[in-house]
Design a binder for this molecule. Structure first.
Ligand SMILES: [Fe+2]
Length: 391
């Protein structure tokens, strides 16, 4: 049940421009922000795929000079943000373009924080203190359909000293403009489409069922789930299927909106802490490998909502008990993960003897309190054991 005795807030200040060819709106977007010289923050994969060149060409044709930082790594570090900020300052840029998946967009958000606040991005860890002012003008252009980072108010940055991924953000971090162009997604290989797509689905399911859910985010989450169920297989099976690419892009985008200004639940507590300890494990596959177990564990916390999730996934639930409907919902997620060839946690290199440490870290993650079922180390241990096929 929604907690309507508590006054809640929903805020989304990002202007979204979307559709095939939306990249063409980039020069106007820069002008709308009153800016002249963007720093493009991106990664080597985006460069290799020829997407950076497409973006710089659009800017060149519009007579807009830009600078580039193209060394973003997966699970970006505090140092990654610092290097990009240095380029932003050295080249006298006045706005940012986060071009890529979550890592590039989150790094750009971190630069936006460092350009407008004292100290480095670590000082502004959300668990420690709120941001003091709006970040530097930021345009986000996702090249994957997954994180929804183009519209979320969070950046996830890795602190190697603690082996921990921390969050920076809140409403002051929301990107000013998001440009969602599915034409930029067609070069994504199937395994990236699959992993990032499962991440989008997970954001939607977690945010729909977690304690922070509210009607605004619920509405976005349900359509995100429906789009993912309908289009992820097609996008993985045929990367040129523009209809599937568009609706997967919107699935990720809506799931990003469903994040609201709060957090998710056990899967993101588990995968973020896992990513801090084992940075070589990519976020999308880890999420995809864990989501089915999350649903099996959590449905008794909010059975009516997990029942509705099953329906959004395409399960025929009429006449079924809550238990049967919720179990079929979990099964639908397992089937989807299998069809798009998401590796298992053991394929990703997780060993049984690592579970105690990983479960303890997940239980301490700030996203744990949002989980729909009360969960502690023993609950995370169950999820890990379930994912490794030990129970
Ligand atoms: Fe995620």
């Amino acid at each position: 049940m929604d907690n309507y005795y508590k006054i809640r807030e929903f805020q989304c200040t990002t202007k979204a421009k979307h559709g095939v060819g939306a990249l063409k709106s980039l020069p106007d977007s820069i002008r709308e922000l009153g800016a002249k010289k963007p720093l493009i923050v991106t990664d080597p994969g985006v460069v290799k795929a020829g997407i950076l060149e497409k973006v710089t060409q659009v800017l060149k044709e519009a007579g807009i000079e830009c600078a580039v930082y193209d060394q973003v790594v997966p699970n970006p570090y505090i140092e990654t943000v610092g290097q990009a900020t240095q380029v932003y300052l050295d080249k006298a840029c006045d706005c940012l373009i986060g071009l890529g998946g979550g890592s590039s967009m989150d790094t750009a958000k971190g630069v936006g924080v460092e350009a407008t606040h004292e100290g480095n991005v670590l000082k502004w860890e959300a668990a420690e203190r709120d941001l003091e002012r709006r970040i530097a003008p930021l345009i986000t252009i996702p090249t994957t359909a997954g994180t929804g980072s183009e519209i979320t108010v969070w950046a996830v940055i890795t602190d190697p000293a603690r082996k921990f991924k921390f969050n920076v953000g809140g409403p002051l971090l929301s990107p000013h403009i998001a440009i969602v162009d599915p034409e930029l997604h067609v070069s994504m290989p199937p395994h990236v489409t699959a992993g990032t797509g499962m991440d989008a689905l997970c954001h939607a399911i977690e945010c729909y069922t977690c304690h922070f859910s509210q009607p605004h985010t619920d509405a976005a989450a349900l359509l995100a789930i429906e789009h993912c169920a309908a289009y992820l297989r097609r996008a993985v099976g045929n990367g040129q299927d523009m209809e599937a690419r568009y609706y997967m892009a919107m699935s990720a985008h809506l799931a990003g909106i469903s994040y609201g200004t709060e957090s998710a639940g056990a899967v993101h507590a588990l995968t973020q802490t896992l990513g801090g300890i084992k940075p070589e494990i990519h976020h999308g596959p880890a999420v995809g490998a864990t989501l089915g177990a999350f649903m099996e564990y959590n449905w008794i916390g909010r059975p009516k909502k997990f029942r509705r999730v099953a329906q959004a996934l395409g399960v025929e639930i009429s006449g079924l008990s809550d238990r049967d409907a919720c179990m079929l919902g979990a099964e639908a997620v397992y089937d989807l993960a299998e069809d798009v060839e998401i590796p298992s946690l053991s394929d990703l290199g997780i060993k049984e003897e690592e579970i105690p440490l990983l479960a303890k870290e997940a239980a301490n993650d700030p996203q744990t309190p949002g989980n729909p079922r009360d969960i502690d180390e023993s609950g995370y241990t169950w999820m890990y054991r379930r994912c490794l096929g030990l129970i």
